[in-house]
Design a binder for this molecule. Structure first.
Ligand SMILES: [Zn+2]
Length: 222
């Protein structure tokens, strides 16, 4: 339970930081309502609980608090609860949460963080057997070329490139395919139901990544 609380706090912090970096707002000012700019008291800042107690409204101006905030907090809490001992996985998940918030809000992201995440995910590659390196390098090259082509055709945003590459570095071939399949199916469903023209892909990739990591625990609980 403690992990859930800490996870939701980290996610809430990531989300706040992501928004502030997007609009170049001072990172060190106190939290305030985006509509009425009233400074928030400590009891307005408790992840999930404040949202529920305030019925999803700002307690000063009664404007609706964006729903993605509570989703991000629940998602972050569950992530730390389920993957408490997997540091690399947690780092990737919280970076993805950060980038998802940015992608969701403006369809732009801090590209340096996306590439940093990608670079760090390369660190965990050492478990690949040496003999597989040639295959791995070639397939990475093919995947990169394919992504590059998709971006040129504007089927993908350029920010999705480092994220998909990160998934490729961090997942097995099977999980990678499964993750892309889950992400695209969910994205297509949302596109269809909400009749949208553009859709941020990173939140769906994050969901896919999360689910492929949870599935083994659901199927073979220890
Ligand atoms: Zn307000």
């Amino acid at each position: 339970m403690l992990n859930f609380i800490i996870g939701s706090c980290i996610a809430s912090f990531c989300s706040c930081l992501a928004e502030r970096l997007l609009i170049n707002e001072n990172l060190f000012t106190r939290s305030h309502c985006a509509t009425c700019h009233h400074q928030l008291a400590w009891y307005n800042l408790i992840p999930i609980i404040s949202y529920c107690l305030q019925n999803g409204l700002c307690s000063y101006c009664q404007t609706k608090i964006p729903k993605h905030l509570i989703l991000v907090e629940i998602f972050g809490g569950l992530s730390l609860m389920l993957f408490a001992h997997q540091m690399m996985l947690l780092w990737l998940l919280f970076s993805f949460i950060f980038l998802s918030v940015q992608d969701y809000l403006t369809q732009t992201i801090n590209i340096w963080l996306a590439w940093l995440t990608c670079l760090i995910s390369l660190l965990q590659l050492n478990y690949h057997p040496q003999t597989a390196w040639l295959f791995w390098s070639l397939s990475t090259f093919c995947l990169s070329s394919l992504l590059f082509l998709f971006i040129k055709q504007q089927w993908l945003g350029s920010g999705d490139f480092p994220i998909i590459l990160t998934l490729w570095f961090s997942l097995s071939l099977k999980d990678f395919s499964l993750c892309l399949m889950i992400a695209s199916c969910c994205a297509i469903l949302v596109l269809f139901f909400f009749k949208l023209k553009v859709i941020p892909l990173i939140p769906f990739l994050t969901l896919g990544y999360w689910l492929v990591n949870i599935l083994p625990q659901v199927i073979n609980p220890q």
